[in-house]
Design a binder for this molecule. Structure first.
Ligand code: NAP
Length: 288
């Protein structure tokens, strides 16, 4: 019977550890970590993600500054706001909620974030550090995948890992984190031939495709560790992953469900990254 990793439970465990550390700082009269979130416009999904982040910070006693800019904000105004957050000594982490409204340049905005406060891990300096295996900030969903593997007691070292999907936000950084953890990694995408054959060689299979139940049991090596990053909404309103959970479960050592697998880990890893940014800044500048 496969181990089913409950991402909500794992998130709760990690957040409880973070809360203890923040409580200890407060008890010692020290400054506590602070995450700034910059939202431009009224995209309902973005508004809901930002609310989720505010709630998560509040539940830990982590400080949170929310900057909600109007839809017609100019690039200059947005970048001015980012620079103000860069310079604010009380802010440790900065997240610019994506996507930005049409007409705003996301790359240019991300380039403005101080890499030492880039808790979303999207600044090219942090992307480069991930590729050099010189840890800066890695993106949150890929970090969540690595925590899930830890929970599965799966050390990637020496194992064959296959990542299906090569997006900038998920597939590519997950592959790099796995390689940094000494797995032998193959990255597959829409042009890959013999996908099923390649997946059947995987000790660790990461699905980040965005296609409901795309990975069926005939893609699975007996005893594999399977992490499903996909979130797909079906016509009946239900969510499902990229993996056919029912069919695959019987063949693997461990698997994540959707919903309730990798999904809840993303915000948790953002909070972990903010704590790391705080600790690194305190180490550089001394405790206030
Ligand atoms: P994406 O940008 O659309 O990338 C999908 C990747 O899958 C692409 O690299 C694409 O290849 C590849 N692909 C598409 N069809 C394929 C096929 N038939 N065979 C093999 N590969 C194929 O999506 P994403 O942002 O990486 O997200 C992937 C999934 O994860 C989505 O369901 C998304 O909702 C979910 N997600 C979840 C979280 C979370 O849980 N917190 C966070 C982010 C994303 P090409 O590069 O060749 O086009």
């Amino acid at each position: 019977m496969a181990m089913v990793v409950n991402g909500n439970e794992l998130s709760r465990e990690l957040k409880a550890g973070l809360k203890d550390r923040i409580d200890a700082l407060r008890m010692a009269g020290k400054r506590t970590p602070c995450l700034a979130v910059i939202l431009v416009g009224e995209n309902p999904a973005s508004l809901s993600y930002v609310k989720g982040k505010e709630k998560a910070c509040a539940s830990l006693g982590m400080d949170n500054r929310m900057f909600h800019l109007k839809e017609n904000t100019t690039q200059e105004e947005l970048e001015h706001m980012i620079r103000k957050c860069n310079e604010d000594p009380d802010i440790d982490g900065i997240l610019v909620q994506l996507p930005l409204p049409k007409g705003l340049d996301e790359f240019s905005a991300i380039m403005c974030i101080d890499p030492s406060k880039d808790v979303d891990g999207l600044h090219p300096i942090n992307v480069g550090r991930l590729y050099l295996n010189n840890p800066g900030f890695a993106p949150c969903t890929p970090l969540g995948v690595m925590e899930v593997l830890k929970k599965m007691h799966c050390d990637p070292a020496g194992r064959r890992a296959v990542v299906v999907g090569r997006s900038k936000l998920v597939g590519t950084p997950v592959a790099r984190l796995l390689q940094n953890a000494n797995a032998t990694v193959t990255v597959c995408h829409s042009q890959t031939h013999d996908l099923k054959y390649i997946c059947r060689e995987a000790d660790i299979l990461i699905a980040a495709v965005g296609k409901p139940k795309f990975i069926t049991e005939d893609y699975i090596k007996e005893g594999a560790y399977v992490v499903d990053v996909g979130v797909n909404r079906l016509s009946n309103g239900h969510l499902c992953g990229d993996v056919d959970f029912e069919g695959v479960q019987a063949h693997c050592t461990a698997i994540t469900p959707v919903p309730g697998g990798v999904g809840p880990m993303t915000i948790t890893m953002l909070l972990m990254n903010t704590m790391k940014a705080y600790e690194e800044r305190e180490a550089r500048h001394g405790t206030r």
